[in-house]
Ligand binder design. Structure first.
Ligand SMILES: [Zn+2]
Length: 377
């Protein structure tokens, strides 16, 4: 049996990414190409200032939200969205990603919902043929805009239904816009069979935002949700219920909280969430903007946060369980992906060593919601 490195293993085992902002996956050269196409004055250095990878060169990064806002202005034709989606699929394929549920914000584009949706659907069909990757769509509310606009977004979805559109989300700056303000849009979506997710308690905001998402809005999963660990009773309850939390190792807020690597490694809430037995799914958020990818995302889980390799299998299975794929297909993929994971793992030439005091063995039963067993190392 031929051997592979640990990094080859990380980039090859099958993955699902459930928290992926489509325009966070725009490559630098693509942003520059769009600027050229529309005669928009954008120097290479200005473009780089949206990308964390060039922080040392540009002196700052504007962050994911600024990048998304800029790109929605810049991309003026539906075919631009098709291009981005195909490139996202190509990049994800290189990291072993087989399935993505991706957010985009209909209220931020000047194009019609239907035009963009159709372009994305064309991209999805090509992605499956070219890269064997399945992508599904989550129109997402820009919470910096009004709750009424959010209702309009759902109404547009109802006027132009498509089987690739699975649910709705909410993102952008949460400080003055907790999810319950948008209850009408969520209720309308839920009543019409859409799944629900929401960015809650990002940026260190209070755990009550997670509670509002789960108890009032009745979301099917939470994006981020880190502050829930400040409430041990609720954390235990949500762990028992198996409520999925998509978590992002490259989250900007926590990088700025603890710029010292060693402190960040220990204090990041992902470790505490795992130890509490929550159903967590590592995701990438803003792929190119945050200088990450799915391989790196899982690498961080091992090398920085101390999870053993068996934990990665449980995260992989959590991602399938929390996805909005049809039940029958999920069951089939659980079996296929487990086999692939185990075969690849057996080929690793040398597994990384994790210091015992830092090690976490995350063992969450992937099928039953109520069988959770975690070694609280
Ligand atoms: Zn996000």
């Amino acid at each position: 049996m031929s051997k592979i490195s640990f990094y080859q293993f990380l980039s090859q085992f099958p993955k699902a990414d459930l928290h992926y902002h489509l325009l966070g996956g725009v490559r630098l050269e693509t942003m520059l190409a769009f600027a050229k196409k529309y005669d928009y004055p954008l120097s290479e250095l200005e473009a780089k200032s949206y990308y964390r990878a060039y922080k040392a060169e540009t002196g700052s990064t504007k962050g994911g939200i600024a990048a998304l806002t800029f790109l929605y202005e810049l991309m003026q034709e539906a075919e631009d969205y098709e291009r981005v989606l195909l490139e996202v699929a190509e990049d994800a394929h290189a990291c072993g990603v087989r399935y993505i549920e991706t957010f985009w914000n209909p209220s931020d584009t000047h194009l019609s919902y239907d035009d963009v949706n159709q372009a994305l659907v064309r991209g999805i069909e090509k992605s499956l043929l070219q890269f064997n990757i399945t992508i599904r769509l989550i129109p997402s509310i820009n919470r910096e805009k009004s709750p009424e606009l959010a209702v309009e977004m759902v109404e547009m979805m109802l006027q132009h239904p498509h089987p690739y559109v699975l649910g709705i989300g909410i993102d952008y700056k949460e400080h003055n816009a907790s999810v319950e303000l948008f209850w009408q849009a969520y209720r309308l979506a839920q009543d019409n069979g859409y799944k629900l997710t929401a960015h809650c308690s990002e940026f260190g905001l209070h755990w009550r935002n997670v509670v509002a998402g789960i108890e009032l809005v009745e979301v099917d999963r939470i994006d981020h949700g880190y502050s829930i660990i400040d409430n041990p009773k609720l954390t235990a309850q949500y762990a028992e219920q198996g409520i999925p939390f998509t978590v992002v190792p490259s989250n900007t807020y926590f990088l700025s909280q603890w710029p010292e690597h060693a402190e960040w490694q220990v204090k990041h809430p992902i470790r505490a969430m795992a130890k509490a037995g929550l159903n967590i799914i590592p995701c990438t958020d803003d792929w190119h903007m945050h200088a990450t990818d799915s391989t790196n995302c899982y690498r961080v889980m091992v090398e920085d946060f101390g999870f053993d390799i068996e934990s990665l299998k449980h995260f992989m299975l959590n991602s399938l369980g929390a996805s909005w794929l049809p039940k029958k297909l999920k069951k089939q993929l659980v079996s296929q992906w487990t086999t692939e994971f185990d075969l690849l793992r057996a080929q690793i030439d040398q597994e990384p060593e994790i210091a015992p005091q830092h090690l976490i063995e995350y063992r969450r039963h992937p099928v039953s919601k109520h069988k959770i067993y975690v070694n609280k190392a």
